[in-house]
Design a protein around this ligand. Sequence first.
Ligand code: CA
Length: 222
Amino acid sequence: MKILIVEDERRLGQFIKKGLTEQSYTATWVPSCKEARDALCETGYDAIILDLGLPDGDGLDLLREWRRSGFNEPVLILSARDAVEDRIKGLDVGADDYLAKPFSLEELLARVRSLLRRQSGAKETVLSHRAIRMDLLARTVTAGGQAIELTSREFALLEVFLQNAGRILPRTLICEKIWESHYDIDTNLLDVYMSKLRGKFELDPAKPLFKTIRGVGYQMMP
Ligand code: CA
C-alpha cells in the first residue's frame, strides 16, 4: 500500500512517514503542491494525506484539480483549519475524511486503515487465484470457467484463503474469520470444511490447492 503525504512542516511530515512505515506502508513525503503533482505523475498511490496550507498553494485547489482529472483514490485532509465550514468545504471538494491538527498518530493510522478498507472494498469485488474466480458481489465461484456450488460457510472459508493466497493461516485465525461467535468455534469442524473444499477444487491430485501445516493450520498454495 503506497501512501503520499503532502505536508510542508518537515517534522510533522517525517513523523507521519515514520509512523506509516512502521505499519509496513510505503510512504512518500513531499512538502509542496508542485512536488505532490510531480509525485502523482510518477506513480500511483493508494491514498493521500493532504495538508491544506502549503507554501505554493492551497491543498483544496490541489484536491479539486485531482478530482477533476479523474483521480479518485482516497484523500484524508489534515489541517489546522477545523471550523465546520472548512470540513464541509473539504468534503465537498472530494476529500474522503478530515482530521484536525493536532491529532494523535494512532488516530491518523486508524483513519488511514479505514480509508484503505473502504477503497479495497470498493475495488476488489473479484478475487482470483489459479483458475478460481470468486465474485464477492454476485457471490459466485467458478473454477476453470465452471460454476462451483458452495455453502455460505465454504464460500467464507475460500474467501479467506483467496485474500491470503500463499500465506500460512493459523487454524484459530481462519475460524475467527468464518464463525461469527466464539461459542461456535470448533476447530475440528474446520477440517471437515477443508475436506469439502478440497473435494470441490483439488481435482488434480498432482496440483494440490491447499497444504496442511501440521500443528499450525492451512496454506493456499501459490
Ligand atoms: Ca501547512
